[in-house]
Write a protein that binds this ligand. Structure first.
Ligand SMILES: [Zn+2]
Length: 237
């Protein structure tokens, strides 16, 4: 991955392995290997070795699953681990994941809208917790075919108002641009509302393989120029 970042011309790359302290989604934690709370020191040692072998700056980060009931545990873990920065993400809420493998087929339209409201309430609580430098892929539910289009301007304003009063900044995430060039998190209208509240942004390619850096970097630069966004370094926020 470091070589991929170098090949893409990046001068800095952050690694943010998935990490979950959950008890309620225990099976998913094991299935999707979100066990970084047990292995982060090994990755840190590997980053130290790679740091000597490359000119690129390596950032030692983490992407944490956020659940409101886990705040004390997350705070303790982040204090102990001492990462350069932490992304907080809502990957599940209300007992359901937000990924396309989750089915919402048996839910009524009103129940589905209620789930979306709960998702954004959880995002707001995440931002208010001040635990994280970054809130990850803030409108992630828009990637789910059953939830797409259910994010409203009122959700945009709810999140933007929370960000305006927090150190936590949203990332502009390019994880889907190779399959859908128009798809960013947050969406363009969402970015515009966040800017209205003077919210700053960081950027994330969300690369899971080395070849992803290049095209996603280009896509991010295009969007930043189009929207007039000058991203911030999450280290020290
Ligand atoms: Zn994520």
């Amino acid at each position: 991955m470091v070589s991929g970042a170098v090949d893409a011309g990046l001068d800095t790359v952050g690694f943010t392995d998935h990490c979950s302290l959950t008890a309620v989604m225990r099976a998913e934690k094991l299935l999707w290997n979100r066990n970084f709370d047990r292995t982060y020191e090994q990755r840190r040692a590997a980053l130290d070795i790679l740091d000597d072998r490359h000119d690129i700056t390596l950032q030692d980060g983490v992407e944490m699953d956020y659940e409101p009931s886990l705040e004390a545990d997350i705070e303790r873990f982040l204090d102990t681990a001492g990462f350069d920065y932490a992304i907080g993400s809502v990957h599940y809420t209300d007992g359901r994941e937000v990924f396309p493998r989750e089915s919402f087929a048996e839910m009524s339209p009103a129940e589905t809208r209620g789930f979306v409201d709960t998702y954004y309430d959880t995002i707001e609580t995440l931002i208010e917790s001040e635990l994280f430098e970054i809130v990850g892929h803030v409108d992630r539910i828009e990637w789910h075919p059953a939830l797409r289009g259910l994010t409203t301007e009122s959700h945009h304003r709810q999140v933007a108002a929370a960000c305006a009063n927090s150190r936590t900044v949203p990332e502009i995430n390019a994880s889907h641009v190779t399959s859908d060039p128009a798809m960013y998190h947050p969406s363009r209208p969402f970015i515009d509302v966040l800017r209205e509240y003077d919210v700053q942004f960081t950027v994330g390619t969300d690369s899971h393989e080395p070849g992803a850096f290049g095209p996603r970097r280009e896509a991010l630069e295009t969007l930043l120029a189009e929207r007039g966004v000058d991203p911030v370094d999450p280290v020290g926020l």
